[in-house]
Ligand binder design. Structure first.
Ligand SMILES: Nc1ncnc2c1ncn2[C@@H]1O[C@H](COP(=O)(O)OP(=O)(O)OP(=O)(O)O)[C@@H](O)[C@H]1O
Length: 580
């Protein structure tokens, strides 16, 4: 340290009054002034406190010797003020202004620094601002990802969801953020709540969410920072989308690997006498080349029959092509079924396109929901059935084809013929070998075996080990009229699985979906109804269930649809149909 004789140095106090000194010392900001040689000539008490340098020791010392990292000399040299600078002095973080002092001739005669500690509050404010920026940054990233993400705090309250998430659940952000994570769950348990309790991540848990009762698989992990639980982050996958894709994949596989049967008579459940008749007829029909018309309510297993017939026929090594006539847009019907020639219409492929009949050549084509086929296409189909030939769209050349047609319908085609929406000649051509598949309520002897069969399938799908239905729950199954047949049975069992803990293996009453549990009381209705036709009885039951639920929910339709486990659109449709 360079020693300067203190008596040679004039401190600022030598130029000012005692009052001026008191004033400086009363200031809460630290103040230091150096002269043109870099020697400290003023240092107040606040500076002593902030920098931890005793005032008396500092006077007469070179600033750079006393204050490590001081930039006062630099300002002295450059004459450029430094304002609002953050700086570490020893262990202290300060914000400082350094300004050169000039005399009347504009010569630099010293530098003054005024500084204060950069307090925790200020640091926090600064951190918070950058944290907010970081949060915005992360939110933007999360928002553009396709995965549906939700983040909850350590109490299981939702603090962030992205756009994909709101789309899957069908609820706006505002209805979810800030609420407990059970807010969007319709069936199943909140995995956020479970994970913040157990701290164990979970994967692929089936749940139903949002007003549309969407089926999703949820995976949630705890967020642990420095050993402390901060919350949890979850991703949900829309199962309906996964199901659609796997169906699509299965269809593609079927087309590629045509000898792989999905359903056969051997795996089909058919214990009930009503069902055995249909199976016997089908086994027989399989051995003939005849066109087959399967009729039965929706979900009775028409596709199961069509597959089984195909795989029991001599065509089993050839393609099986399913066409859902209700799903094909009217404008594309003809070209999808029969294909088109090159340049048949604008937007057509240059090479032309094979139709589904050609795809099925040598095998079987399954025309599901045949009642939906447009009249214009019906004439062309009739020609295939009669002449075994067809013409592509935009073509003139007749092509011969060898395809067995299995058609299916859940409508009464007699009525459609009378109404004029279905050609009579086509109806007779299709109706060569009619097979009626009984609805589930008429083959209750199949129920136990069907439950076992479906549970095996669901256990595999969901990685569960549910083995049976309790006798109490089974009684509800038996009483129910099953308007949706085997597909509905699958749906009810699937939803029961969602409501079960992993350790539970038996389906109890409380696991059943709410609409289903209440069915018992709905059935205890007017016994006079039994004298009506089946559709009338079904309508009456449906009306009663909807009316009761509406009453219970004070006419709130969204709530009613939720309780009944149907989409709101479907509720409106039913109310209109049933004139409620
Ligand atoms: N006898 C059965 N044995 C085992 N599973 C069956 C049986 N019948 C139907 N199923 C199951 O029920 C569901 C519905 O069957 P399917 O799709 O064949 O019905 P569908 O009558 O063709 O329905 P839709 O008229 O709505 O097209 C399928 O998942 C199928 O696996």
């Amino acid at each position: 340290m360079k020693c300067i004789n203190k008596s040679d140095i004039k401190t600022a106090w030598d130029f000012g009054s005692r009052q001026l000194r008191d004033l400086f010392n009363a200031a809460s900001d630290g103040m230091i002034v150096i002269n043109e040689m870099g020697v400290i000539i003023l240092i107040n008490i606040a500076a002593e406190r902030i920098l931890g340098i005793p005032v008396q020791d500092a006077y007469g010392q070179l600033a750079r010797d006393v204050i490590s990292g001081s930039r006062l000399d630099y300002v002295l040299e450059t004459g450029i003020a430094e304002l609002n600078q953050k700086q570490m002095i020893g262990e202290t973080y300060i914000v400082t202004n350094r300004v050169p002092l000039r005399d009347e001739k504009d010569q630099i005669v010293g530098v003054a620094a005024v500084f204060r500690e950069f307090t925790e509050v200020e640091q926090l404010t600064e951190e918070l601002t950058s944290r907010n920026e970081m949060q915005k940054f992360l939110e933007t990233i999360i928002d553009v990802t396709q995965d549906a993400i939700s983040v909850a705090d350590q109490e299981g309250k939702i603090i962030m969801v992205n756009q994909a998430y709101t789309q899957v659940i069908g609820m706006p952000k505002e209805e979810v953020v800030g609420k407990l994570s059970t807010v969007d769950i319709r069936e199943g348990e909140s995995m956020h709540l479970q994970v913040v309790k157990t701290l164990d991540a979970v994967r692929g848990i089936p749940l139903r969410v949002g007003p549309g009762n969407r089926e999703v698989l949820a995976s949630v992990s705890p967020i642990i920072i420095k050993g402390k639980l901060c919350g949890s982050v979850g991703v949900v996958h829309d199962v309906s989308e996964i199901k659609r894709l796997s169906k699509e994949l299965a269809r593609t596989r079927m087309l590629v690997n045509r000898s792989q049967p999905r359903y056969t008579f051997e795996t089909m459940v058919a214990i009930d006498a009503a069902m055995s008749i249909a199976v016997e007829q089908s086994r027989h029909a399989a051995t003939t080349p005849a066109t087959i018309l399967l009729s039965g309510e929706s979900g009775t297993g028409k596709e199961v029959f069509a597959h089984s017939i195909h795989y029991a026929s001599y065509r089993s090594n050839k393609p099986f092509v399913r066409v859902n006539c209700a799903a094909l847009p009217e404008t594309l019907f003809e070209s999808e079924l029969f294909g088109y020639e090159a340049g048949a219409f604008s937007g057509a492929l240059r090479s032309g396109k094979k139709g589904l009949f050609e795809e099925a050549n040598g095998g079987t084509i399954f025309l599901d929901e045949i009642g939906e086929i447009p009249l214009m296409v019906q004439a062309k189909l009739l020609r295939v059935l009669q002449e075994r030939e067809f013409t592509k769209v935009g073509g003139v050349k007749a092509r011969s084809i060898d395809v067995r047609v299995i058609a299916a319908t859940n409508q009464n085609l007699d009525v459609a013929v009378k109404k004029g929406s279905f050609r009579e000649d086509l109806y007779y051509r299709l109706n060569v070998f009619p097979i009626v598949i009984p609805p589930l309520r008429h083959r209750m002897a199949d129920l136990p075996q069907l439950i076992v069969h479906i549970l095996e399938k669901l256990n595999q799908e969901y990685g569960r080990n549910v083995t049976a239905v309790s006798s109490e729950a089974f009684a509800v199954f038996r009483e129910y009229l099953w308007p949706g047949n085997v597909r509905e049975l699958e749906n009810v069992l699937g939803r029961a699985l969602i409501n079960m803990q992993f350790s539970e293996t038996i389906i109890l009453n409380r696991h059943l979906p709410p609409f289903f549990r209440e069915i018992k009381s709905a059935h205890a209705m007017d016994t006079n109804l039994i004298h009506n036709s089946l559709p009338q009885m079904l309508e009456a039951v449906e009306r009663k269930i909807i009316e009761d639920s509406l009453k219970k929910n004070n006419g709130n339709r969204t709530q009613t649809a939720l309780q009944l486990g149907i989409a709101i659109r479907s509720l409106y449709y039913k109310m209109e149909k049933l004139k409620i």
